[in-house]
Ligand binder design. Structure first.
Ligand SMILES: [Zn+2]
Ligand SMILES: [Zn+2]
Length: 104
């Protein structure tokens, strides 16, 4: 094999590597990222309210609501949870933590 051939092979190899990397990257962009970031977009309909007495607690973190705390009510079933708790929950689930109604 001449030096010229060897150089051509090297260039071909690098080109193939670049194409494979670009393919993997676009696969990651198209498939992996949307799956992870798909949730809690505009799809989930909630009503935000501020707690001001009345008792009850959030079933996700098992804590009582405190005055002035943010709560979110799911439109689909009207169950209420801490905004932060329900946002975290809906990153991995499509359903209400309490009654399993689909909220997405
Ligand atoms: Zn909570
Ligand atoms: Zn519910």
């Amino acid at each position: 094999m001449s030096e010229e051939d060897f150089r051509t092979l090297c260039i071909l190899f690098v080109l193939i590597c670049v194409v494979v990397l670009m393919f993997l990257f676009s696969f990651y962009e198209l498939c992996v990222v949307p799956c992870c970031e798909r949730r809690l977009s505009d799809d989930v309909q909630i009503v935000l309210e501020t707690y001001n007495g009345g008792g009850g607690g959030c079933v996700i973190c098992q804590e009582e609501y405190k005055d002035g705390e943010d709560k979110a009510a799911l439109i689909a079933c009207n169950h209420k949870f801490h905004t932060v708790c329900v946002a975290t929950w809906l990153m991995n689930n499509d359903t209400c933590p309490l009654c399993r109604t689909y909220v997405v």
